[in-house]
Write a protein that binds this ligand. Structure first.
Ligand code: PLP
Length: 407
């Protein structure tokens, strides 16, 4: 059907971030000229530093009492686990479809990851969650809303409450997302966000923990490396809450710099518009690809309010070699698609069977089967309708050419 000559060459670099807003650049330059790049002591008394302002706005935006900025989301996840009481040797539940820093944060806390299956639509399998929660005696669930897929939070919260499990949400891709009208990042004891370049706010590197829990917030602030300068935080518990923990909480030095906070701050005002742009692209790709034979797109629950910063699909009928050919054909047309089923870890993508430090008895057959044909395309805010049509055309052509070659 498809004439190869008419297949376009994709003319967007999917790794292209949006530029930093001019006000963020100006503020970062101002900080550099003053030399005051450290978050503590960079301001005149009575004024708030950039990191403290970022924390304050983040807490307000999510309707949570406290926010603590650190140097990555991986560090935020580690701190959230630690500060909520997870200790060496504890078991921590985590869905098997996630990014490597998530089981890495559990290992960093000295705990053992207990992997949980995901459904064919990339959300946590709550039946398997309940089984593993009851069998493992785990203290915490680190729920990763991987690639922006929001799980059934009613069920997740029910299971956590039933087994006395602390819920920590990994919201690296769900800033602005929701479940049944309630913001992602407000369901658990704490939630962690990323300011890394490929997430919804780009400070290069950075992470933020939000929580309503006084003790967790005090511990996270002290653990993050505030010294006794925690008075310079705005979204923090009162002085009395710090007093009993002075000297009891180690300093792990995981601070965010003032410069990174300055770059991140003006991007908060752009989130809504960026989210709309990415969702328009996501929904157009969905429409253009939903009837392509041999391709399965993710079904999303109507209660899920997602931010479509990436697009996932499965190629369920293809063998590994066919998927290799599919990816090569896309790349010939300039379209870089990622695949979770590669033999070796490459780039950002990996799957549980490749995390060799995780006990192999915990490996997941259902999740491995899903990931063996799961493909992924980034949706940068700069993507337009034109690019969506190009991408859908290239993907459709590549599937058809693999299917016709394999008969
Ligand atoms: C990027 C990401 C992280 C880690 O964020 P960093 O800021 O790079 O440490 C954690 N979880 C998910 C799902 C991510 O996509």
């Amino acid at each position: 059907m498809d004439d190869t000559d008419t297949v376009p060459h994709f003319d967007l670099d999917l790794t292209q971030p949006d530029p930093i807003p001019a006000s963020g650049i100006a503020r970062a330059v101002e900080l550099m000229e003053s030399g005051r790049l450290f978050r503590y002591g960079e301001t005149a008394p009575g004024t708030l530093g950039d990191a403290a302002q970022l924390e304050q706005r983040f807490a307000q935006m999510l309707g949570r009492k406290y926010a603590i900025a650190v140097n990555s989301c991986g560090a935020a996840l580690f701190l959230a686990l630690r500060s909520s009481g997870v200790r060496a040797g504890d078991q921590v539940l985590v869905n098997g479809y996630t990014l490597a820093p998530v089981p890495g944060a559990i290992d960093h806390a000295g705990a053992t990851p207990v992997l949980v299956e995901v459904t064919e639509n990339c959300t946590i399998d709550t039946t398997d969650l309940e089984r593993r929660a009851s069998e493992s005696g785990a203290k915490a669930l680190l729920l990763s809303h991987m690639r922006g897929h929001v799980s059934n939070m009613d069920e997740v919260v029910r299971v956590c409450n039933r087994y006395g499990i602390t819920l920590i949400e990994d919201c690296a891709h769900t800033l602005g997302a929701s479940w049944d009208g309630r913001a992602s990042g407000t369901f658990g004891t704490a939630a962690c966000f990323s300011l890394q370049t490929f997430k919804h706010i780009n400070a290069g590197e950075g992470g933020i923990i939000v929580t309503d829990d006084d003790e967790l917030a005090v511990r996270a602030i002290l653990n993050s490396g505030s010294y006794m300068l925690y008075g310079q935080h705005a979204a923090r518990p009162s002085e009395e809450a710090f007093e009993p923990l002075r000297g009891k909480v180690p300093n792990y030095s995981l601070r965010l710099s003032a410069t990174a906070a300055a770059v991140a701050l003006p991007q908060l005002d752009l989130l809504e518009e960026r989210g709309k742009r990415m969702n328009a692209s996501y929904q157009l790709l969905e429409t253009l690809l939903k009837d392509v034979e041999g391709l399965r797109i993710m079904q999303r629950d109507p209660r899920e309010g997602y931010i479509g910063s990436s697009f996932q699909f499965c190629l369920p009928e293809m063998e590994a070699a066919d998927i290799g050919n599919f990816l090569a054909t896309c790349l010939e047309h300039g379209l870089g698609i990622k695949w979770f089923g590669q033999e070796r870890m490459e780039g950002f993508t990996s799957r549980p069977s490749q995390w060799e430090y995780v006990d192999e008895r915990m490996l997941l057959s259902q999740t491995e089967a899903l990931l063996s044909t799961l493909c992924d395309m980034r949706i940068p805010p700069a993507m337009t309708e034109h690019h969506c049509h190009q991408a859908a055309h290239i993907i459709t052509h590549a599937i058809q050419s693999v299917r016709s070659a394999t008969g």
